[in-house]
Design a protein around this ligand. Sequence first.
Ligand SMILES: NC(=O)c1ccc[n+]([C@@H]2O[C@H](COP(=O)([O-])OP(=O)(O)OC[C@H]3O[C@@H](n4cnc5c(N)ncnc54)[C@H](O)[C@@H]3O)[C@@H](O)[C@H]2O)c1
Length: 367
Amino acid sequence: MSSILLRSSRNIASLDARVCIRTALISKPAYAIRPITCSTKLYKEDKRIHEKMIEDHDHSHAGSFSRTDNTVSIEYPGEDLEPASLAIQGRGGMHFKRTLPSFSLEDRVGIVTGGARGLGLVMSQALVISGCDVAIVDLNKEEGERQAKELMDHFSSENPGADPAKIPKVTAHYADVSDPDSVNASIAEIIQDHGKIDHLVTSAGFTENFDAIAYPFDRVKKLWGVNVDGTYLFATGVARHLMERNAKGSIVMIGSMSGAVVNVPQPQAPYNAAKAAVRHLAASLAVEWAHAGIRVNVISPGYMLTALTKKILDDNPDLYKHWTSLIPQGKMGQPEDLMGAVTYLLSDAAGYVTGADLRVDGGYTVT
Ligand SMILES: NC(=O)c1ccc[n+]([C@@H]2O[C@H](COP(=O)([O-])OP(=O)(O)OC[C@H]3O[C@@H](n4cnc5c(N)ncnc54)[C@H](O)[C@@H]3O)[C@@H](O)[C@H]2O)c1
């Protein structure tokens, strides 16, 4: 090794250069020059061990837990999904447990897209419990209206004797989040009804499963339109309003652990790509809007047991076993598990948190 380097140094015209090489050879510890000779030996040894393992073991299972299965095909049911989601029950009684005041969302107005159902509905309820006025935005305005009334009734029954002026106002609004005109019209309607907007949670979104080669492209475009365009359009619309008001605010985008890992066994490449886009959109907008006091974070839920996932699992019982076997906590999440996460990120308690990805996945993505 030394001789090779010394020989090549003879070709170097400058004496100084040769001196440098000699000095380097003398001063470098032995391990610094070892890789050139020993890496080949190690490689050969590794290869031999590897080949022996293959000879000695049955490898028919190889990779079986980490592959997608193209026979799993699930189309998003859209508005046909039954039953409607229920608000979180069983918290009757006065709310008098002490907590940090910085978690309160009193005197704020928050939009929750996709708030008529599933995770969006439960997060709307978290905002209401925290004192926030809420505008539920959904394709299904009728269900949004029904749930808006339920949320106000719940608040009143859980806070007996509350000052009626302090009961959060919850309204429902129609929007197709993938359509810019529809988004702008609903934001204008919300400002008219509530006077302002301080917070946004983008939960409108859906997943479905098709083998990528067979995925109908019009459905792929629809999926990206709702999950990505919808998030972008609402976030920019709300940020524009905040900047015009010269007001601070915060935004939480609902991504998914699928934005960071590839789920198995169900194939869902466009959804995974959409959620990765949402995650990086949150980070990018966090940087772009930091100067204006607008924080943008993302929550990446794991497998949550909603009406939609329950239907999928009822139709595909093997999936439940497969999914829960991959979750360190050994169970799917409850929509309620997002209540604290969304309240924290929206509130002043997270004042120095922006561009973060808060995983709520029972440890799925750390294994
Ligand atoms: N459920 C899970 O396990 C899970 C896991 C990770 C991430 N997520 C994400 O959480 C979000 C909510 O999922 P969910 O399980 O509550 O779904 P869901 O289907 O129960 O609720 C979604 C809501 O969004 C509304 N919506 C759909 N398209 C819309 C559009 N174009 N415009 C306006 N509203 C529209 C629907 O009407 C519905 O009320 C989605 O972004 C989803 O990708 C869900």
